[in-house]
Design a protein around this ligand. Structure first.
Ligand code: GLU
Length: 293
């Protein structure tokens, strides 16, 4: 019988070095690490440092120190997004060439004012699954001559996906395979609910959505294990993977840890930082128990 080579399972933990890691990150990193070990696969680390205004070398060093203290080992080299801007730019250009993205000139303040004026009448402006108002249609509907004039004038702009066009080009309804702590099985993607998502900002050369799909493909990630807060974003990732001809990983969105106020942990909550636990002399085993592992 012919042996069909099986793709080696690859998992990744992908933190942003914009604050100290908290217990929720510990849960995510340990789950990835342990699932990779059980599957006989690799555990990779990716530093998501696109936002150069908020990411610092100190926070990055803290990530390595915390993960090492937890007893996790990852495959080298670590992929740092700030070293791969041309790869994201190339992916963006593919979409520009196919007319699937457009330059977006409205500032955050202008969008906010537009939404506020609309809602002053008691109507509600449509929002994405994270509660952010959808981007107004002005720039999408702008004529080509006007678009070229604005681009030539050097005015700051982002690039946004023309969602309707993108969905039409992607064709068949998209879905993903999910094995996490929420809904499981074959999940129908609903990228339309996000509107014209931003793929590159005027102050950063890529967006989370664009770089995450490029990196998962480049790193050969077969299993994406991350928090349930990114469950709905997977719809956008499946759409971008389809448009860019990238492979589809399996997804596992795990439970989120909540603070004592019942809210999702955040990096500003120093008391739940891994480093703080370490300083207080707690052991990695105690930490694992505390987060229900
Ligand atoms: N960088 C993201 C975060 O820190 C995680 C992205 C992902 O796992 O897809 O929340």
């Amino acid at each position: 019988m012919i042996e069909i080579p099986r793709q080696k399972p690859k998992f990744r933990f992908a933190p942003s070095p914009n604050g100290p890691l908290h217990l929720g990150h510990a849960l995510s990193a340990i789950l990835n690490h342990d699932m990779a070990a059980r599957a006989g696969g690799d555990f990779l680390l990716r530093i998501e440092d696109i936002d150069q205004t908020r990411c610092t070398p100190d926070f990055e060093a803290g990530i390595y120190a915390d993960l090492s203290w937890l007893g996790l080992r990852w495959q080298e080299p670590v992929r740092r997004q700030s070293e791969h801007f041309p790869a994201y730019q190339q992916a963006l250009e593919t979409l520009v060439d196919r007319g699937l993205v457009y330059p977006a000139f409205l500032t955050r303040g202008e969008v906010k004012a537009r939404v506020a004026a609309f809602e002053a009448d008691g109507k509600s402006w449509p929002r994405d699954p994270d509660g952010t108002p959808l981007y107004p249609p002005d720039d999408r509907e702008r004529g080509n001559a006007e678009r070229q004039r604005l681009l030539a004038s050097g005015v700051k702009h982002a690039w946004r996906l023309d969602m309707e066009k993108a969905l039409a080009v992607a064709g068949e309804p998209l879905c993903w395979r999910e094995s996490g702590d929420g809904e499981k099985g074959l999940i129908a993607a609903d990228a339309a609910s996000w509107g014209d998502v931003v793929l590159s900002r005027s102050d950063a050369p890529s967006s989370y959505h664009l770089s995450v799909v490029v990196d998962d493909a480049v790193q050969g990630i077969t299993h994406v294990v991350r928090g349930l807060d990114l469950f709905h974003a997977t719809s956008i990732h499946r759409l971008l993977q389809t448009l860019l001809g990238l492979p589809e990983p399996l997804y596992h969105h795990h439970r989120l840890l909540l603070g004592s106020d019942g809210r999702k942990l955040s990096k500003s909550m120093g008391d739940t930082g891994i480093a703080e636990w370490r300083r207080q002399g707690l052991s990695p085993t105690e930490l694992r128990r505390r987060i229900g592992l």
